[in-house]
Design a protein around this ligand. Structure first.
Ligand code: SF4
Ligand code: SF4
Length: 443
């Protein structure tokens, strides 16, 4: 069933006791100090819609679009308000009521949410075309020619931010089944993601290597559906449910000790298939079993007592800081484990990042829909990274990675961005202990 605020369990809306503890943690309230731009203000608007006192108007929709969905308010809330569910239901209602009309918006939603992110092979085909565009000089030619000016506003803003597509996707780098050198102690399914697959397939390879080095047999289906987080965050709960069912069919949870993801934004959604499919008697139980098996990679490695590498990831000692992806820290409450892994690395000094849990402004498509606020948050984040004088910033979500790299490039800072797991994989490689995978085409 598609969720609306009118049909949502009223107890979820009633939980807010208006204490205001969330206000100082909210980036949009911090920017405007207006009650309506705060979590408490937004929840009051949602409750008015549920009560029938307010229609789902364009103004309401714009307020929900201004919210980053960063979930910092959820961490701060002493009453345990489930802001993630409220926010996704509000966005779903907005789409059902078509409160944000516009042929261009409908067209791009159909192309992305309705087509590309429903068909992994089509997404890879689009990624391959983009790779050709980027690597043949065509992109440079288009930029020089001024053709970019013919694009609609949103696409013109997006074009310079288009990430560089990886030379190969995950299915070319990771076999469907890889075994560690020693007898496996764990069976793990590895999720390769969408943006992670197109842009950071090397991080997926690194993740497989780190799992192998820690005694895990790794199962990585070569073609995987999108987890549905993009759909859920953007008000398309029907397709999010379809994708959750496909994912459960592809990776039945009873076959694995853990289903591992290395992307904070995906993980936050992946571990909520149970509530998403609560109304589906065919999938409900399997969805709850699935949630119990989903692990963020840092969380999983901490649980199996990750082996400390004997070698350093870098040739020379380096200083590193850590930015916390909102959906890792607020959505999944995973904060200590990535730092603990980074502290295992020889030759690396970890320095704390001021406001490490404050959103960088990436937030899915926020940089397209709210470019000014996204840029303000990025400048704030970049300034904090520079204040640490670190040579590297580690982060575990592709959106944050791209956003912070863009900010640091613009600042000409010469600071690198890296996934914590890539550092661990490199350290293992440097001690030449990672097993050559034994591969098998089936699992
Ligand atoms: S999700 Fe983030 S931006 Fe939205 S209300 Fe909560 S703290 Fe504010
Ligand atoms: S902290 Fe929680 S209960 Fe208090 S105003 Fe914010 S959402 Fe409501």
């Amino acid at each position: 069933m598609t969720a609306t605020l009118r049909t949502l369990d009223y107890a979820v809306l009633q939980q807010c006791m208006h204490c205001g503890m969330c206000l100082p943690t909210c980036p949009t309230y911090d920017a405007t100090t207006r009650e309506r731009n705060s979590p408490r203000g937004r929840i009051a608007l949602m409750r008015a819609v549920a009560d029938g006192d307010l229609a789902v108007t364009r103004e309401f929709a714009e307020e929900m679009s201004y919210c980053l969905g960063c979930l910092a308010c959820q961490t701060a809330c002493p009453a345990g308000v489930n802001y993630a569910e409220l926010f996704e239901t509000a966005r779903s209602d907005i789409e059902i009521q078509q409160a944000l009309p516009g042929a261009g918006r409908a067209f791009w939603r159909a192309v992305t949410l309705g087509f590309l992110f429903m068909r992994p092979r089509a997404l890879r085909a689009a990624g391959s075309l983009l790779r050709v565009y980027q690597r043949t000089g065509l992109q440079a030619l288009v930029r020089r020619s001024g053709l970019i000016r013919l694009l609609p506003d949103s696409l013109r803003r997006l074009e310079p931010q288009t990430p560089r597509i990886a030379p190969a996707f995950s299915n070319a780098l990771i076999a469907a089944h890889e075994e560690p050198r020693e007898p496996a102690r764990h069976r793990v399914a590895l999720l390769t993601g969408c943006i992670q697959d197109l842009v950071f397939s090397d991080v997926n390879r690194d993740t497989a290597d780190v799992l192998l080095a820690n005694g895990c047999a790794v199962f990585t289906p070569p073609v995987q559906p999108c987890c549905g987080s993009l759909h859920a965050h953007n008000g398309d709960s029907g397709r999010a449910q379809q994708l959750a069912r496909r994912m459960i069919d592809l990776l039945p949870p009873d076959r694995y000790d853990a289903i591992v993801t290395n992307a904070g934004g995906c993980g936050s959604h992946l571990r909520r298939y149970g509530p998403l499919l609560e109304g589906d008697p065919r999938y409900r139980d399997r969805a709850h079993a699935w949630d119990a098996k989903v692990r963020d990679i840092h969380e999983w490695l901490a649980a199996i007592d990750c082996r400390a590498p004997a070698a350093a990831p870098f040739a020379d000692p380096a200083t590193l800081t850590y930015h916390e992806s909102c959906h890792l820290v607020h959505g999944q409450k995973i904060s200590k484990q990535p730092r603990a892994l980074l502290r295992l690395l020889p030759g690396v000094r970890l320095v704390e990042l001021p406001e490490s849990t404050w959103c960088c402004g990436s937030a899915g498509i926020y940089a397209i829909t709210q470019p000014e606020q996204a840029d303000a948050l990025l400048r704030r984040k970049t300034g904090h990274v520079l204040s640490t004088a670190a040579a590297w910033v580690a982060t575990a979500n592709p959106g944050c990675h791209l956003q912070i790299a863009r900010g640091l490039d613009a600042a000409g800072a010469g600071v690198g961005v890296v996934h914590p797991i890539s550092l661990l994989a490199q350290a293992y490689r440097n001690e030449s202990l990672i097993a050559t995978p034994v591969t098998s085409p089936n699992h």
